[in-house]
Design a protein around this ligand. Structure first.
Ligand SMILES: [Zn+2]
Length: 498
């Protein structure tokens, strides 16, 4: 497909993307009570409806066509549309669900992790966790299990592959099973380091006598309020702006990035970046909670925001809005990893030298936990989407996640702890990509590339200007960094944790 039909599909897709993004931004930032998504989708059916599907299949048939990302967008949008009633029901459940507290009170389901992170008493955490797991097992897990089977059916009905993973491979161009093999190797390669460092961190942060932490202990394991003093809330945005300016980057991208980092009722707790028009209107929304995590979250979202706001205006829709999201997550992680960089911390945080070393070790331990958790998730999700009978999923989930993390998991979460469309693949590739990008920046602009005025124009003006026209492999080649691999990450963690 070329010429006018292709351009019509692109403009229909862009019109829908803009309206959906604007509606979600308004609802999640607390400017509107809800997002009228059903009406928007109905109005823009040309972007994903019966006419668009054969067009998408046609684009997919041309191997290596740059417009493949457009076909992938159509496929994802059709599946998302088919699951929308289901997702609405789930959101409604999440809004009304509450979990019993040990003291007889109740807490909103969404706030359970925050209460767990701040509960010093382990007995309280475990009671709360068992109440949460019982509720999820009885009410949310059946909904999510039904969603998984509907997602498989909706994907099969696209006619773009033999099964879910085949369709994923053909639309995304990513071999998830090959990444799964690399994730297994990562688990093997880091097993010794993990076994060496884990007991001491668990003992120090959770107390003696806990051999097998549960997921209820994980937020408390990493919360570490003693480092909050190094990351004061008042200085956060100004510091990040100063650092970006030092590396020759306009933090506002000429007014195209709008920062919203203040407290407002109705604002969602989880930060997000909403590209309402790419590259002209990008909203960064963060509801501050205090501490290092806010700084890290801000840097992550700044990576996304600068990427969208600097995408070349002349790029086609699919290179500005769609494509391999490992790339935008890679830029986000490149910036959020600055809170692990000793030089950056010395210059921009308020931690003293001793605290900086302690903080970096804890942050590296958390990174290792998360990497192993995502590697475990990928192993599990490849089974879940690869033909495993759904009845067998809870046992597989518990076994693989415990194997990867040493943390006890609950069968109730087997369909809940799963992101849509195998997004775990994008995160793992982004982790690999950010390590390569950081290496390329160090090589070109020295260890402190993050304050070198020549680094920003390259990162933002050259690389980010390409949007997602290149996938993660293409971008790695573009910066002469070799292939995507977990090796540089593992070497970095070994250096910090040794
Ligand atoms: Zn992100």
């Amino acid at each position: 497909m070329t010429g006018a039909p292709l351009d019509r599909l692109r403009s229909a897709a862009e019109a829908l993307s803009e309206e959906v993004s604007r509606a979600l931004w308004r609802a999640h930032a607390g400017h509107a009570a809800d997002a009228p998504l059903a009406a928007l989708y109905a109005r823009h059916a040309a972007a994903y409806g019966p006419e668009a599907l054969p067009q998408a299949r046609e684009l997919l048939a041309v191997r290596g066509a740059p417009a493949r990302a457009l076909a992938e967008w159509v496929a994802e949008t059709r599946v998302a549309r088919a699951l929308a009633p289901h997702d609405d029901g789930e959101l409604a459940w999440e809004r009304r669900a509450t979990v019993a507290l040990p003291d007889g009170g109740r807490v909103e389901y969404a706030r359970v992790p925050i209460v767990m992170a701040n509960a010093a008493d382990r007995g309280t955490r475990l009671q709360l966790e068992s109440a949460r797991a019982a509720l999820v097992g009885a009410e949310l897990a059946p909904l999510r299990r039904e969603r998984a089977s509907q997602e498989h059916e909706a994907t099969a009905s696209l006619g773009m592959g033999d099964d879910y993973l085949d369709a994923f491979a053909r639309t995304s161009g990513i071999d998830a099973r090959a990444l799964g093999a690399a994730a297994e190797a990562l688990l093997r390669d880091t097993q010794g380091m993990w076994d060496d460092v884990r007991p001491a961190f668990v003992r120090r942060r959770l107390g003696a006598g806990i051999d097998a932490p549960t997921r209820a202990d994980v937020p408390a394991l990493f919360r570490a309020p003693e480092f909050d003093v190094g990351f004061p809330p008042g200085g956060m945005l100004a510091t990040v702006r100063t650092q970006l300016a030092a590396m020759g980057v306009d933090p506002d991208a000429g007014g195209r990035v709008r920062y919203d980092v203040g407290e407002r009722p109705g604002k969602r707790a989880r930060a997000f970046c909403a590209p309402v028009r790419v590259p002209d209107e990008v909203h960064l929304v963060l509801r501050p909670m205090g501490g290092a995590q806010d700084w890290r979250t801000l840097l992550h979202e700044v990576g996304h925001a600068l990427h969208f706001a600097n995408a070349g205006r002349g790029l086609p829709f699919e290179a500005r809005w769609a494509g391999d999201h490992s790339v935008t997550e890679g830029y986000a992680m490149l910036l959020d990893h600055l809170v692990l960089d000793a030089g950056w911390l010395r210059r921009y945080s308020e931690l003293d030298a001793a605290r900086t070393a302690e903080w970096r070790r804890l942050a590296a331990f958390q990174e290792l936990y998360l990497l192993r958790r995502y590697a475990g998730k990928l192993r599990y999700e490849l089974l879940l989407h690869g033909g495993l009978p759904l009845d067998a999923a809870p046992d597989a989930y518990v076994e693989l996640m415990e194997d990867a993390t040493g943390v006890r998991h609950d069968r109730a979460d087997a369909f809940v702890d799963v992101d849509p469309r195998l997004y775990v693949v994008r995160y793992l590739r982004a982790w690999q990509l950010q390590a390569l990008l950081a290496g390329a920046l160090r090589e070109r602009y020295d260890e402190d590339w993050w304050r070198n005025p020549r680094a920003g124009p390259w990162l933002v003006g050259t690389l980010m200007a390409e949007g997602q026209a290149l996938d993660a492999e293409g971008l790695a080649r573009r910066v002469d960094a070799g292939g995507l691999s977990f090796d540089p990450l593992v070497r970095g963690l070994e250096a910090t944790l040794a």
